[in-house]
Design a protein around this ligand. Structure first.
Ligand code: ADP
Ligand code: MG
Length: 347
């Protein structure tokens, strides 16, 4: 139902960058190793994502625009152990209800691909298409049928900056994948696959920033910390997780010399999902207490990995908020790990 889809769109699709986030996560979920993003007009005119993931067969491609038709939840138990990034089956129908969508996709097992055109939620065209395995999805004229929403969009430069920051974050979180971001006039990011997060940091931020970053890493066992043992959990294909029951921190934190004036330099990923969380930010600021001035923020690239049952990513549809099952434990573990790294690096 289009009304329900447009209401969901109000939650999921705040701005062009939210569309890019949903599409990127779908490409990553599909196992893509090359992801190319093209935008025009700050994403209002066009957002196109080309991936080399496993694609969809025709029936699945049509189903993808039905509400809650996710291929990623098989039982309701899965809701508790979501290791893939997307999980609600709302993104594509929501986006399709407020934009013009052109999808081209081909699954490995299919001889021909499928091409689907949708505008404002109505399917206009379905055809076979010759193409390599993977998915290309183009979103045009975002909010063309919801003028009130369109008014809230900021300038082209602002929307493009949000998209560029987002693609950069995902590129940082997935160093083994090739990422590109292009606007109509320039290549904003070209990041070929590299071996690890350190190399990606260097590749994206350059050596001036990279030389001020300290690698940090720690692992802790929930049981040994005197906490209730988490329930058993599944290891998903393609998901590099710590051993069951462990929480792991890896990443890079800035030396005290490198500071920023706002928290936009703090990038945190939980199980490869970009999050923005007050508890985590607070833990990081605590770690730098009396090391950098209280008016500035560190530069941080942090990856938390933990059993999916330990973290609820289902708090808000925009999916950047999370709820930890054991918040104070996670908070203190982050604070102490980062603090130790900083202290050990002191001359
Ligand atoms: P969700 O990701 O929560 O399952 P979406 O609305 O984002 O819901 O996508 C619906 C479904 O469409 C997905 O479950 C997946 O099966 C399929 N899909 C979407 N994008 C891609 C893609 N790039 N490659 C392969 N399959 C995709
Ligand atoms: Mg999705």
């Amino acid at each position: 139902d289009q009304v329900a889809n447009q209401i969901a769109a109000g939650e999921v699709v705040e701005r062009p960058a939210s569309v890019v986030k949903e599409l990127l996560e779908n490409s990553i979920d599909a196992g893509a190793t090359r992801i190319r993003v093209e935008v025009e007009g700050g994403g209002r005119k066009l957002i196109r994502i080309v991936d080399n993931g496993h694609g969809m067969v025709k029936d699945d491609a049509l189903l993808a625009f039905e509400r809650h038709a996710t291929s990623k939840l098989r039982t309701s138990d899965d809701l508790l152990s979501i290791a893939t990034l997307g999980f609600r089956g709302e993104a594509l129908p929501s986006i399709a209800s407020v934009a013009r969508v052109h999808l081209q996709t081909r699954a490995i097992e299919d001889e021909a691909g499928t091409e689907i055109e949708i505008a404002g939620g109505n399917i206009l065209r379905v055809e076979d298409a010759g193409m390599p395995t993977g998915t290309t999805i183009a979103i045009r004229d975002l909010f063309f049928n919801t003028p009130a929403r369109r008014k809230f969009l900021k300038t082209e430069q602002t929307e493009l900056a949000h998209i560029a920051a987002l693609v950069t974050h995902y590129a940082l979180a997935h160093p083994s994948k090739h990422f590109e971001l292009h606007s109509a006039t320039q290549a904003l990011l070209i990041a070929p696959a590299v071996a690890n997060a350190g190399e990606r940091l260097f590749q994206i931020f350059g050596k001036d920033t990279a030389m001020y970053m300290l690698p940090t890493t720690a692992e802790m066992d929930f049981a040994r910390a005197g906490l209730p043992e988490p329930p058993p959990w599944k290891r998903e294909a393609d998901y590099e997780a710590p051993d069951p029951g462990y929480i792991r921190i890896t990443g890079f934190v800035s030396k005290p010399e490198l500071q920023k004036l706002n928290r936009n330099s703090i990038y945190v990923f939980v199980n490869h999902r970009l999050i923005r969380d007050r508890l985590v930010t607070h833990a990081l600021i605590e770690a730098y207490r009396n090391i950098i001035p209280p008016t500035s923020f560190p530069v941080v690239l942090l990856f938390l990995e933990m059993p999916p049952q330990e973290v609820d990513v289902n708090v808000h549809p925009a999916k950047t908020e999370v709820r930890f099952r054991q918040p104070s434990f996670v908070h203190d573990f982050i604070r102490d790990t980062v603090r130790t790294t900083l202290m050990n690096a002191r001359p």
